[in-house]
Design a protein around this ligand. Structure first.
Ligand code: DLL
Length: 440
């Protein structure tokens, strides 16, 4: 028998080790309350249950979840901004926002209780990778509408660790702080940490000689080989953290010291895997789309939210002894969303931005590359014959308008290259909009 890995046990981790019968009982109790809450306060959910001739009383076991209707990202767009809220504004203490599929973001809300749950799962995330009071967490996730910064912030503080709210970017300052403040952990996207690794020698910083011992990396797909490279070059242990705004933010799932895939905090988030084509629930071990139901969200209950993230669930015991199931590292999605420097982008947003500018056709392609660990995007856009034959000044004006329009919609500056009509390859089926040449 394999030896159990026993990290210094942190009391906040107790729910990670619940016997399964207790966990399931807790999940069912919370699910029933959640379904009732959504039914009572969210018109769209009530309408969908009524169409299926269901009431909250029909949820008698965890398997009954499969009877419930799915919620999808466009439901958030269609009810923008506050249509899925189940709490009055006077009870909502925080809003965050994430990328929508076209022009508008989607808005997510938290009551004080929701923030407490978020703190709890983020505390447990940090504890799972061996952090505790006395650790110095450099939080380089972006603070603002993105959930990464504040989510990690409160979790770290509640754990009793020292949090440095440095936010993202400014790599030189990141390295200076890392060295001078003695950070023992860093939170950021894995690609940004690769960039930090590349910049360190230029600043004369030897990462391996610093006290840094854990990286809490997520918000975008990464690979096992990226983990190996990061660990070999920086000396820290790299842990995968997963989450999404619609459910809570970071802290839906987190790896433990065994680094064997993120454990889902199942006492607060009920996971299912479905076939993305048929919606059929799949068994543990089978690969499909992750669907999550919040078990405690007051402000915005999410029932069977289709994440579009492709993974599988495993019940196989982990050496850490946690009873929480694990997900396989998420490598792809069932839609066309891509993530650039931690920011979610849909090709449809780019299309909306192009349509706002006259003279584009819009035939376009998005080229993703990675330079020194940093993601680069180039949007190649066909413009009309007239524009292309015009003066350089006129072309530059169109280019600047497109850049501005894209930045307004996505929040990202992208390189724009205007190309002649008929140069972008036409597809006979689904247009291939994104060419991802990043080496992971
Ligand atoms: O990215 C929340 C987060 C912040 C997670 C910090 C981890 C760390 P959103 O901006 O709503 O929220 O994006 C959610 O990002 O559906 C996945 O496609 C992707 N994603 C998040 N974590 C991972 C991960 C935050 N560890 C979307 N691996 C999700 C792969 C990830 N993809």
């Amino acid at each position: 028998m394999k030896k159990k890995v026993s990290p210094p046990f942190h009391p906040v981790s107790a729910p990670d080790f619940l016997p399964l019968d207790q966990l399931h009982q807790l999940q069912l109790q919370r699910l029933q309350v959640m379904v009732q809450r959504a039914y009572d306060h969210v018109a769209l959910f009530r309408q969908r249950l009524t169409e299926r001739h269901l009431t909250p009383a029909d949820i008698r076991s965890l398997d009954d979840v499969a009877k419930l209707p799915f919620t999808v990202k466009t439901d958030l767009r269609d009810t923008y901004p506050y249509g899925l809220f189940a709490s009055p504004m006077k009870d909502i203490v925080r809003l965050h926002a994430s990328t929508g599929t076209t022009g508008k973001p989607i808005v997510v809300a938290y009551t004080r209780e929701d923030i407490a749950v978020w703190e709890n799962v983020m505390m447990r995330s940090f504890a799972a990778c061996g952090l505790h009071a006395g650790d110095v967490i450099q939080n380089a996730y972006g603070y603002g509408l993105f959930t990464g910064g504040l989510g990690a912030h409160y979790g770290g503080e509640s754990l009793g660790a020292t949090v440095i709210p440095i936010s993202g970017g400014n790599t030189q300052r990141q390295l200076m702080v890392m060295k001078d403040f003695g950070s023992t952990a860093i939170c950021c996207t894995p690609s940004y940490f690769l960039h930090i690794i590349e910049q360190a020698p230029e600043m004369g910083v030897k990462l391996k000689e610093l006290p840094l011992r854990a990286g809490i990396f997520g918000a975008e797909p990464w690979t096992e080989s990226m983990r190996q490279r990061i660990q070999a070059e920086s000396g820290l242990k790299a842990y995968d953290i997963y989450g999404l705004s619609e459910i809570i933010g970071p802290g839906v799932a987190m790896e433990c010291l065994c680094q064997a895939g993120p454990h889902i905090f199942e006492d607060w988030f009920y996971p299912e895997i479905i076939d993305p084509q048929t919606g059929q629930v799949l068994a543990d071990g089978e690969e499909g789309e992750l669907v999550l139901t919040t078990l405690g969200k007051q402000a915005m209950p999410m029932i069977r939210y289709r994440t579009r993230d492709i993974t599988s669930l495993t019940r196989e015991p982990c050496d850490c002894g946690r009873t929480l199931r694990r997900i396989k590292r998420i490598g792809r999605r069932s839609d066309d969303m891509f993530i650039i420097r931690g920011v979610n982008v849909y090709p449809s947003q780019i299309e909306t931005a192009l349509l706002k500018v006259e003279c584009t056709l819009p035939h376009y392609q998005i080229l993703l590359t990675r330079d020194k660990g940093l993601d680069e995007v180039e949007v190649q856009v066909e413009v009309t014959k007239e524009v292309f034959g015009d003066t350089v000044g006129a072309l530059e004006k169109v280019q600047a308008q497109i850049c501005h329009s894209i930045e307004t919609l996505t929040g990202l500056r992208m390189k724009v290259r205007l190309v002649q009509p008929q140069t972008i390859q036409r597809s006979e089926g689904k247009a291939k909009r994104v060419l991802d040449q990043r080496k992971m």
